[in-house]
Design a protein around this ligand. Structure first.
Ligand code: NDP
Length: 479
């Protein structure tokens, strides 16, 4: 059985309670993990607070070196980690390998940045008095990192890599259904020399472990990724202690396909943007607005791509799309599709659970495209977290931008056009934290990432994330 990691030790929950982890492709038991309670969580917080005393005082380059070593140890076993990720999450093994590598990349990026002066402040002349002004950066303290199940490793790395590099210590709470790859990575980091207490992982229910992290006064910062509803609850709970909070929440990203677009590029990138990770991505393309004059051609290309995608168990190297993560997730997509059809929508690709013995025990659903869906249907107004793509015809860029901005979410957005004037309007007017122009919709480690409106606040990635894991202090030195 897997164990939690608290203060460098592999431990069970004090109560002995456990949670079973099952494979979404087969329903089979993969392993069990401890089911922690609030008292277990407090032990991890206390260990992180104790470790902060030394870790935060290390020279930044020393922390960078230690993180590099820990990452090298993890890198040597990334294939084991990827296997665990596919077994617990369901995604194709090649995507798990990429995700595990991105974890190590992120640790190394911030280990390198901290060597390169990420902790530097600035000198500000104070002409009014005989004094010198300085702005210095300090770590915040203990960070609680609360992670969802769709990209457990990259979304953890986005938080813990910058947090640890600048001198914070961390308690990670993985999603209840995807703790195994996280625990394995954390173990490898400790084997690689990360001091005890710097990185702790506590497994247990969000309402218990997560809530304790958010309410405990010693945790000074919460990095949260998850649903918008949960994020609002996190913000409310964190308010009592006036905690720093970064919220990376849901999205309903629109893609606009203009009449002058390269339709091959648009179809390829929309298909990747929608069906990657079986559509279970915050930054997925969840709505398409296509100019009427090219709509039939574009829809035919997307339908062809949807039908070509090979479904299969994540452990099958040739599979391009795995099952959905849970039965609940599949039921939700089916309900959103039924609502669209009941209102007059037409399914032009997919729409069913695939038939055949190999799919009978997993939560599979075909890549699905639906057209002629009225604007008040759930697929337009809610987040669709699965392989379901609604496409709507528009008469103009004005109409497309208005519809794109009608969502309460504001995470990502895309436009496909050869006309830079149209692209510039999209960049200026789309209400989202990211706009891709003719590009595949993936987040780059180098660029700050984060939403607006109900998609949350704060940034991950880039050098900008460092502002969210440090506090700035002003200093006046009388001369
Ligand atoms: P949830 O909000 O259900 O869960 C996210 C995490 O929060 C889990 O670890 C969960 O624990 C925990 N949690 C649940 N309730 C509480 C609580 N009351 N207090 C503290 N923590 C709690 O999201 P999902 O796991 O279902 O993830 C999918 C969602 O995440 C989608 O909406 C998606 O768009 C969004 N997302 C956003 C991204 C972004 O960067 N903007 C990126 C990826 C996903 P437990 O598992 O034990 O319930």
């Amino acid at each position: 059985m897997a164990k939690m990691l608290i203060n460098g030790e592999r431990v069970d929950a004090a109560s002995g309670a456990t949670t079973d982890i099952r494979n979404p492709a087969t329903g089979q038991h993969v392993d069990s993990v401890p089911k922690a309670d609030a008292a277990d969580t407090r032990k991890a917080i206390e260990a992180a607070a104790e470790a902060f005393k030394n870790w935060s005082k290390l020279a930044p380059h020393k922390r960078g070196q230690m993180l590099m070593q820990a990452s090298a140890c993890a890198r040597a076993k990334l294939d084991d980690v990827a296997q665990l990720l596919t077994q617990e999450q369901g995604k194709p093994i090649r995507d798990s390998r990429i995700e595990a590598e991105r974890f190590a990349d992120n640790i190394e990026i911030y280990a390198g940045l901290v060597n390169g002066g990420a902790m530097s402040g600035k000198h500000v002349p104070l002409p009014a008095q005989k004094a010198m002004g300085l702005v210095v950066r300090r770590p915040i303290g203990v960070v609680g990192a609360i992670i969802p199940w769709n990209f457990p490793l990259t979304l953890m790395a986005n938080k813990i890599a910058p947090a640890m590099a600048v001198g914070n210590t961390v308690v990670v709470k993985p999603a209840s259904t995807t703790p195994l790859s996280t625990l394995r990575l954390a173990e490898l980091m400790l084997e690689g020399g990360l001091p005890a207490g710097v990185l702790n992982v506590v497994t247990g229910p969000g309402g218990v472990v997560g809530e304790e992290l958010i309410r405990h006064p010693w945790v000074r910062k919460i990095g949260f990724t998850g649903e918008t509803g949960t994020g609002k609850q996190v913000a409310r709970s964190a308010a009592d202690e006036l905690k720093h909070v970064t919220l990376e929440l849901g999205g309903s990203d629109a893609a606009i396909v203009c009449d002058d677009a390269d339709l091959d590029v648009a179809a390829r990138n929309v298909a990747i943007g929608r069906f990657f990770n079986a559509g279970q991505a915050c930054l997925a393309i969840k709505r398409v607005y296509v100019f009427d004059s090219v709509a039939d051609d574009f829809i035919a290309r997307i339908v062809a791509r949807a039908k070509r995608l090979k479904l299969g168990s994540g452990m099958d190297d040739s599979a391009q799309m795995g099952p959905l993560h849970t039965e609940k997730q599949r039921a939700e997509i089916e309900a959103q599709l039924a609502d669209a059809v009941q209102r007059g929508g037409r399914v032009v690709a997919g729409g069913h659970r695939p038939s055949g013995e190999e799919f009978s025990r997993g939560y599979y659903f075909e890549p699905t495209v639906v057209v002629d869906v009225p604007d008040d249907a759930r697929v337009w107004t809610e987040e669709t977290f699965g392989p379901l793509l609604p496409i709507r015809r528009v008469a103009s860029l004005d109409e497309a931008i208005d519809l794109a901005n009608s969502s309460e979410y504001g995470l990502g957005s895309s436009i496909f056009t050869r006309d830079m004037a149209k692209a510039q309007r999209a960049i200026d007017e789309l209400e989202a934290g990211y706009t891709w122009v003719n590009a595949v919709q993936v987040a780059h480690d180098e660029l700050p990432f984060g939403g607006t409106k109900h998609s949350g606040y704060g940034k991950e990635h880039g050098t900008e994330v460092l502002d969210y894991y440090t506090e700035q202090k002003s200093v006046v030195v009388a001369t």
